[in-house]
Design a protein around this ligand. Structure first.
Ligand code: F3S
Length: 284
């Protein structure tokens, strides 16, 4: 069977870097390794790390009762307050914050110090956004996620305003919200901090699925970015399968299939993608 595997299938750069850092630190075997929150939303990876002795903590207070070791900050990043507490905890800190997220922390910190109002487009409850908020003056940071919230901004005309975005926010929505804010006649500085990884993965999935006889989308059932990938592929290729692992794969009517496309959500580990790819190539 001919297989087209998407280059963008699976982990984005920032998540791959963070997961590699956890495995790397653990393999050194020098210190007990902890992650601040699960390193990734993928059960297989988290349980594999658990088996290897890596412990995910959810609160800094937990560190008080744990043997000293290395604590790893995940790709979403953390607030300045949490960062400082971790640094002062007596644990060695390995910062796996995605460099694209770090860039937002720096901008928020800088413009906050200059006295700007900071506007973040994104989901206020997402850990990445909670972290970003924590790098500026909270009293002068507003998170907006839709046109209504953008319309409701009521700083005086001429106010210095810096607009940044959660990395996974939708491009079009960002532009629309910036347009609304722009009409308010602020002195606006816009930093488009949206990461292209998701968009590129979706674009490639659409292009591959429009040229194959069957398309396989691999990812967790609750992963919203995998669901979105599935929808995109299904539109282009009726014969699209959504699987979590190889065990779920049940391709019908293989006789009429010549080319199979494969893509995977952002938190799907490489070994699962490889396994599916090998099976389709050699066994179907
Ligand atoms: Fe991934 Fe970093 Fe972009 S974590 S989605 S490469 S911002």
């Amino acid at each position: 069977m001919k297989v087209i595997l998407a280059d963008t299938a699976g982990f984005c750069f920032g998540v791959k870097r963070a997961v590699d850092m956890v495995y790397g630190e653990n393999e050194k075997g020098e210190k007990k390794v902890y992650t601040y929150g699960p390193i990734i939303h993928n059960e297989q990876v988290v349980s594999d790390l658990e088996k290897k002795g890596v412990v995910a903590i959810n609160d800094i207070a937990e560190l008080d009762s744990l043997p000293k070791g290395t604590i790893i900050i995940r790709s979403h990043g953390v607030s300045e307050d949490v960062y400082d507490k971790l640094v002062n905890s007596g644990f060695e800190v390995v910062d796996a914050t995605c460099p694209f997220v770090k860039k937002i922390h720096k901008a928020v910190n800088e413009y906050s110090k200059k006295g700007y109002e900071i506007i973040i487009t994104g989901n206020a409850n997402h850990p990445e956004v909670c972290g970003i908020v924590g790098w500026g003056d909270k009293a002068h940071i507003t998170v907006i996620s839709d046109a209504k919230e953008a319309e409701a901004l009521n700083f005086p005309k001429g106010t210095n305003v810096c607009v940044v975005s959660q990395t996974t926010f939708n491009h079009k929505k960002f532009q629309d919200l910036v347009e609304i804010v722009d009409k308010k006649e602020y002195n606006m500085f816009v930093l488009n901090t949206i990461c292209n990884a998701t968009e590129e993965r979706q674009r490639e999935a659409a292009s591959i699925s429009s040229n194959v006889d069957a398309m396989i989308v691999i990812g967790g059932r609750n992963s919203s970015n995998t669901q979105k990938l599935f929808e995109i592929c299904k539109k282009e290729c009726e014969n699209t399968y959504y699987i979590q692992t190889l065990e779920d794969l049940n391709i019908r009517d293989t006789g009429s299939i010549g080319i199979v496309g494969i893509t995977a959500g952002a938190s799907t580990p490489n070994n699962i993608i490889e396994e599916v790819q090998k099976y389709v190539r050699n066994e179907l």
